[in-house]
Design a protein around this ligand. Structure first.
Ligand SMILES: [Zn+2]
Length: 71
């Protein structure tokens, strides 16, 4: 699975290409890290080192791990 990751903050967000809510969250993530070094990387490469940005509120998730809404 692909993620968008910030090298400065060690945070990442999962990319669900066909989920418009996810696309919005990726945009939001990019905006909040605008002056940082962002990369698109496979989850396996950063797992355990980076923390997940979209898991701050677990109610955003359904059972498939897809975000349901933007707070
Ligand atoms: Zn950042």
């Amino acid at each position: 699975m692909r993620t968008r990751a910030c090298l400065n903050c060690k945070e990442y967000i999962l990319i669900h290409p066909n989920n418009p809510v996810s696309q919005k969250m990726v945009k939001e993530f990019e905006l909040s890290h605008m002056r940082h070094n962002l990369m698109t990387v496979d989850l396996e490469e950063i797992k355990g080192q980076y923390k997940r940005y979209d898991l701050k509120d677990e109610s955003l998730e359904n059972n498939d791990g897809l975000p349901l809404k933007i707070s």
